[in-house]
Design a protein around this ligand. Structure first.
Ligand SMILES: [Zn+2]
Ligand SMILES: [Zn+2]
Length: 223
């Protein structure tokens, strides 16, 4: 009898909404959204961009079924991350929402988890907890180590990396870095993918050309 082959679980990360576009035919917009897919859990949407029609358009073009999303994680309360939530919820009646407690408000008929402390969302996916009382980031345990996914990084990239390192050694970071410029903190990471609101992209590229990954709508990363 054949023995079942040992299969490593891959994690796929797709940028659904960003200020830039990587894949032709998709739309850009001010904001951020990414989809996380693993083999043993249903898709997780992290943030929803600023404009619901752009979000749904990109999802359709990328072949993402909004109804299949079982979990929506909101990093923080700014409109460029929450603007598309209403449009998704109109289509998807069941998704569970994880929002920072500072943002939490009742959504009738919805399961909403108000996040303060670090929490496991599903197998291999964790929240850093609400940092500085404003924002949560995701921690993905992948075959290539821990990948951190950020919204705007208002608590600061250093603080987020520190919080994420409680889950193990961080090997990469993807998302908005905002005005972060303590570049030394990125040394040793094998993936640096600054998106959306990152002010110092060109400096980061110049300093870390081998680990730099250009972000944009349609970017697909597999770990
Ligand atoms: Zn923000
Ligand atoms: Zn933002």
């Amino acid at each position: 009898m054949d023995r079942p082959r040992c299969k490593e679980e891959t994690t796929k990360l797709t940028i659904v909404y960003d200020n830039e576009v990587i894949k032709q035919g998709l739309k850009s917009g001010w904001g951020f959204s990414a989809l996380i897919e693993t083999e043993h859990a249903s898709p997780i949407l992290f943030d929803t961009g600023g404009d619901g029609s752009v979000l749904l358009y990109n999802m359709q073009e990328l072949g993402i079924d909004a109804k299949q999303i079982e979990t929506i994680v909101i990093s923080h309360g700014h409109g460029d991350h929450t603007g598309g939530l209403h449009s998704i919820l109109e289509i998807n009646g069941d998704a569970e929402i994880y929002a920072p407690s500072s943002l939490w408000r009742r959504l009738p008929g919805r399961k909403v988890t108000a996040v303060t402390k670090p929490v496991q969302i599903c197998a291999g996916v964790f929240s850093t907890g609400e940092l500085e009382g404003v924002e949560q980031s995701l921690v993905l345990k992948t075959n290539k180590g821990i990948i951190v996914l950020t919204g705007c990084s208002h608590p600061g990239v250093s603080e987020i990396l520190r919080a994420a390192s409680r889950f193990g050694k961080v090997s990469g970071i993807v998302g908005g870095f905002h005005g972060f410029h303590n570049f030394d903190r990125l040394r040793g990471l094998s993936l640096i993918c600054p998106c959306h609101c990152t002010q110092y992209k060109s400096e980061i590229l110049r300093l870390f050309p081998n680990s730099y990954e250009e972000c944009g709508t349609g970017l697909e990363l597999e770990f």
